[in-house]
Design a protein around this ligand. Structure first.
Ligand SMILES: [Zn+2]
Length: 181
């Protein structure tokens, strides 16, 4: 996309995707279209190194690697977020990719994507969740486990009057971005 557009148009595209995705701590640097969908390249605004495993600040840079996360669909197109991450050398965890605010450590899905999957899994059976989000059967279960564990770690796990787990309802934007398969 960037090669055939004038500079001012290119800036407008990245600005539009910054506002559209609103990923915390990220700045969009490029947008491209591929057979896989929309690839949104971002850079991490934070300069300090933080271990992706334990989130401690780190001082040693190990190397850099590209990482990609599946994000909520944009209309009929899948959306992927890509970023070159620094890998840090953590005294407790060893070599780990740095932590990013828009995704949990490890998985290849953004927090928005995982939160929506977890909420849907609470509302309906696993099969419609799998079909709507276009993910594997096991992936639904893995995401739910991660989201619940994350909420427990952060003390943000609300239960209703009968002790049933209730996950936060997604925004209208999150729901509308996921098209019916
Ligand atoms: Zn660590």
């Amino acid at each position: 996309m960037s090669c055939c557009l004038r500079r001012e148009n290119y800036v407008r595209v990245t600005t539009a995707f910054n506002r559209l995705l609103a990923l915390p701590g990220a700045s969009v640097t490029d947008v491209s279209f591929s057979p896989e969908g929309v690839i949104v390249t971002v850079r991490l605004r934070r300069r300090r190194l933080a271990c992706g495993g334990c989130v401690q600040l780190a001082t040693r840079l190990h190397d850099r690697r590209l990482k990609r996360w599946r994000h909520l669909d944009l209309g009929a197109a899948r959306c992927h977020v890509g970023c070159e991450l620094r890998r840090v050398w953590c005294l407790d965890c060893g070599a780990r990719s740095e932590a990013v605010p828009w995704a949990r450590a490890g998985p290849h899905h953004t927090r928005d994507f995982e939160d929506l999957v977890a909420w849907l899994a609470q509302q309906v059976a696993k099969t419609p969740v799998r079909r709507l989000m276009k993910i594997g059967w096991d992936t639904v279960g893995n995401i739910v486990e991660r989201v619940v564990a994350d909420r427990i770690d952060h003390g943000r796990l609300p239960f209703d009057a009968v002790g049933t787990l209730t996950l936060q309802e997604p925004t209208t934007t999150q729901l509308s971005q996921q098209v019916d398969p």
